[in-house]
Every structure is written in structure tokens, then in C-alpha cells.
Ligand binder design. Structure first.
Ligand code: NDP
Length: 465
């Protein structure tokens, strides 16, 4: 009968369960019940036929072509624009340099070595092996979550290199060439991913990247979890070369600022931007397991969108504030510094607490530490949190992230719009992400999702379409 209920979500309207779970009596009993439920979910046999693909996103086929051309062009413009003496809107777009300026084989070698170094750290048998979420096939994948170890070793290597006299300001002076090299690698990776996805079964494909249209599927990503033996390509690219590379680039910008401005130490604004973003990345790597329950890992296939995002977009645009500060120093008053630090702490607290709460709940719904939370049952066997952080507002994690984004831009002042680019882009990204997620959850959970939305009325992101 459970299987029948799952097949007919509409018949489950009476199953809502808006109560604190520890009020159900003995917590142990509740745990045992939930454990039993977990077991039942694990034993659900693989669906005989692949579920229908989800509707096309990002403007469909035409949209995919547009984004594939626009995104690299936008990165290029940002990279060139920030180099100008006056990077104001009136000087946008910047003049294009000659074609040969884009290419430097040495830059390509450095990017390849960096990725290989990160790959080596990833495969070392150090750190935990974590379980991924349950897949449509009924299987769970294992992930080596040793990201914190990787960033510590990377930091030690970078420190040793600087001590040996390696001039990291090369990253500042060859930014364009490093960006081009990373773009080429992301393109080659995307082509490889598309071709290998042709030999995958329906259960291995992402629902959103399996439209049958070559360009759209190439863009959106067809295979959900492409792996070479145990090496998970999507997880690796999401968490390692670009993310740790972001910190390396920021650090190099601090050195470039000292060189260019003749300083004995980086400016206060540069230190704030470096420390804030380092905390973000270190926290992400410390809690690496939590990424296994995010949209990218659970739902999106690995294709151009994520490969480009991980290897080009994150390291070469998220570093814009540090890069801006190299040649546009911004003195900060003490009250402003204090306000920015408080904002960062508040944003970080909301971001971490809400993400950890959902992750802990998804990993173990019967976790006794979460027994005070109210839930709504859904026909899929999974429940939705309607109290705690996820009961205050929908997507509380986005709120924390946005407050942090504000704290990253404020140290750059208001002279130019450019360092606010991240904040503006992030709002657009989260509006779109929120809408994608709402549609996906409505599709998955049906009337239970509507009930959740009625119970938790507030949303961080206004509904724009
Ligand atoms: P979320 O981590 O918010 O995951 C969304 C999923 O959570 C839903 O699909 C659903 O999945 C589950 N969920 C939603 N509501 C509930 C609920 N009430 N109870 C239990 N589960 C629920 O999505 P993202 O991957 O978008 O974000 C993760 C973090 O990464 C955020 O903090 C975000 O700000 C950040 N981020 C940062 C980016 C950056 O560039 N700096 C880019 C993208 C994200 P299911 O029910 O299937 O488990």
C-alpha cells in the first residue's frame, strides 16, 4: 500500500503531520519508526522506466546557446574592465586587447598543474568517506570528503612557495591568460562529459539535462554523477580547484596590492575581503558533506553550466573585489569596519545554521537533536521541515548568503558599481535558483509542498516570474 500511496500523491492529503516529533511519545519509539521508514525508502526498487525529463530551463534551446556565448564574454569584460584606471559604467565596455594577449602556454601549464595537484589531494586516502543521497537507481555513492585537508595542504604549499621567493603577483599580471586557459579546460571537460553521457543509462542521467537536444543537454549536463572509477568529476570540480583557487587568487591580489601601492601590509579592506571569503570557502570545505544535499549535487547534471561555473566563473569573477582593491584602495573608518564585521557574523550564522539543519535532517530524519522540529510528510517518504530555520522563512540559507555578500562588497566602498557586481549577480542567481527549486519541489511533493508554502508564508526571494 505504501507503493500505491507513492504512486498517487494526491491521495495523501490526510498524511500531513504538523507536530513536534518528540511529542509523539517515546523518542526512541519515534526513532525506531523513522529508522524503519528509512529502511523502506532504501528498499524501494528502481523504477522500471526513467521518469519524464523536467521542462526546459534557462530559456530552453535558444537560451542555452545564448548563455554559452554570453557567460564567457561577460567574464572577459569583467576581467578587462577592472584593469582600467576608472572602471566606471561610462568606460564600459573596455577596449579589447590583441588576440595574442589572450594566450600564454605557461598560464595553461600552471592551471593544469593546479588542477592535478588538487586531484592528487582528493584521491589521497585521507579523511572521511561520506554517503551521498539515495539515487533513483536505489544506490548511494561514496564521496571522499577531505576538502579541509586539501585547503590546509594547499595553504602550506603556497606559503612554502612564497618563502622560496615565488612571485605570486604573476596571477595578477597574467589574469587574462589564466582565465583563457581555464576556459579552454572547462570547454574540453564539457565536451568529454557530453560524449561519455551518451553511454549512460536512464537512471544515471539528470532529469533536467536529458531533453534530447544536443546543445541544451551539453549546456545543462546530462550525466548526474560522472565518475572515473571512484573519482567523482562533479564533486571534485564543485569543491576543489575553483573554490581553493579563489582563495589563492585573493591572496595573490593582497600581495599585488602591497607591491603596487608600496605597502608593508595589505590594506584593511583587502584583509577583510580576503578573510571573509576565506572563511566562506574553509567553512564549505569543513562542512563538505553538506554539499551532497544541495541542488547541484542532487539534481543537476554535470555539463558546461557547472564545469564553466566551477572552473572559470567562481575563481575569476568571485575574486573581483580583491582585484578591484589592488588599484583602487579604500580607507575604512572604525565604525564601518565594525558594522561590516557584525554583518558578516550575522550572515554566516544564519547561513551555517540553516544549511546544517537541513543537511542533518536529510541525512538522518530521526536524529534525536532534531526531534523538537515539526515536519510535514510527503508522498515520497521524505518529510519537509516546517519549524526551526526552515519554518521561519523559505530558503533561510539564501538570506544568510545575501547578508554575507553585502559584507564582502562594503569594504570596496561606493565609488564604482563593479565591486558590487557579486551582490547584484548573486541576487539574480538566487531569484532564479529559488524559482527552479520551488518548481522542482512542487513537482516532487505535489500538495504537500503547497501545504508547506501555506504554513511557511515568508520567502526571502520575491516571486518575480
Ligand atoms: P538548498 O540547499 O536550499 O537545497 C534545496 C533543497 O532543499 C530542495 O530541493 C529540497 O530538496 C530541500 N528542501 C527545501 N525545503 C525544505 C524543507 N522545508 N525541509 C527539508 N528540505 C527542504 O539549495 P541550494 O543548493 O540552492 O543552496 C545551498 C547553499 O549554497 C545555500 O546557502 C546557497 O546560498 C549556497 N549557494 C551559493 C552559491 C554561490 O555562488 N556562492 C551558488 C549556489 C548556492 P529535497 O527535498 O529533495 O531534499
Amino acid at each position: 500500500s505504501a507503493a500505491k500511496e507513492e504512486a498517487d500523491p494526491e491521495k495523501n492529503q490526510g498524511r500531513y503531520n504538523l507536530r513536534r516529533r518528540k511529542d509523539d511519545g517515546d523518542v526512541k519509539e519515534a526513532e525506531a519508526k523513522s529508522e524503519h521508514q528509512e529502511e523502506r525508502v532504501e528498499k524501494v526498487p528502481a523504477a522500471p522506466a526513467a521518469p519524464a525529463p523536467t521542462p526546459l530551463d534557462f530559456g530552453g534551446k535558444i537560451g542555452a546557446v545564448f548563455w554559452m556565448l554570453f557567460l564567457p564574454a561577460w567574464v572577459l569584460f569583467l576581467v578587462l574592465h577592472v584593469d582600467q584606471k576608472d572602471p566606471s559604467l561610462s568606460n564600459f565596455p573596455p577596449a579589447l586587447p590583441s588576440l595574442e594577449t589572450f594566450w600564454d602556454p605557461q598560464a595553461l601549464v600552471f592551471v593544469v598543474l593546479w588542477i592535478l595537484f588538487q586531484a592528487l589531494l582528493y584521491i589521497l586516502p585521507v579523511g572521511k568517506l561520506s554517503d551521498g543521497v539515495l539515487l533513483r537507481s536505489g544506490k548511494r555513492l561514496k564521496y571522499r570528503t577531505n576538502g579541509f585537508f586539501a585547503i590546509v595542504v594547499s595553504a602550506a604549499m603556497v606559503a612554502a612557495a612564497v618563502y622560496q621567493g615565488v612571485d605570486l603577483t604573476y596571477i595578477h599580471s597574467h589574469f587574462l591568460q589564466l582565465t583563457t586557459a581555464s576556459f579552454l579546460i572547462s570547454m574540453m571537460l564539457s565536451i568529454y562529459l557530453y560524449f561519455r553521457s551518451r553511454s549512460t543509462g536512464p537512471d544515471e542521467r539528470a532529469l533536467g539535462g536529458n531533453s534530447g537536444n544536443v546543445i541544451y543537454d551539453f549546456f545543462k549536463g546530462r550525466e548526474l554523477n560522472p565518475r572515473i572509477k571512484e573519482f567523482d568529476l562533479k564533486f571534485f570540480c564543485e569543491m576543489r580547484p575553483g573554490l581553493i583557487g579563489w582563495c589563492l587568487i585573493n591572496f595573490a591580489m593582497a600581495l599585488a596590492e602591497m607591491k603596487q601601492q608600496n605597502l608593508d601590509a595589505p590594506s584593511c579592506s583587502m584583509i577583510l575581503v580576503n578573510i571573509f571569503q576565506l572563511i566562506y570557502v574553509v567553512d564549505g570545505l569543513w562542512n563538505e558533506e553538506a554539499i551532497l544535499t544541495t541542488m547541484d549535487l542532487m539534481h543537476d547534471g554535470f555539463g558546461y553550466m557547472l564545469a564553466f561555473g566551477d572552473l572559470v566563473w567562481v575563481p575569476f569573477t568571485y575574486t573581483l573585489q580583491a582585484r578591484y582593491l589592488v588599484s583602487h584602495p579604500k580607507p575604512l573608518s572604525f565604525p564601518l569596519i565594525a558594522t561590516i564585521i557584525i554583518l558578516k557574523i550575522v550572515g554566516f550564522y544564519i547561513f551555517r545554521k540553516s544549511n546544517s539543519e537541513k543537511n542533518a535532517f536529510r541525512r538522518n530524519p530521526s536524529d534525536p537533536r532534531l526531534s523538537h522540529l515539526k515536519t510535514i510528510s510527503t508522498a515520497t517518504g521524505k518529510s519537509l521541515l516546517v519549524s526551526g530555520w526552515w519554518g521561519v522563512v523559505r530558503h533561510p540559507n539564501y538570506l544568510g548568503d545575501l547578508i554575507m555578500a553585502l559584507a564582502w562588497s562594503l569594504p570596496c566602498g561606493f565609488s564604482h558599481l563593479l565591486p558590487w557586481y557579486y551582490m547584484i549577480y548573486f541576487i539574480i542567481l538566487l531569484v532564479h535558483r529559488d524559482s527552479r527549486d520551488m518548481n522542482e519541489c512542487r513537482r516532487k511533493y505535489g500538495s504537500a509542498w503547497d501545504e508547506y508554502c501555506r504554513t511557511v508564508r515568508y520567502r526571502i526571494i520575491p516571486r518575480v516570474y
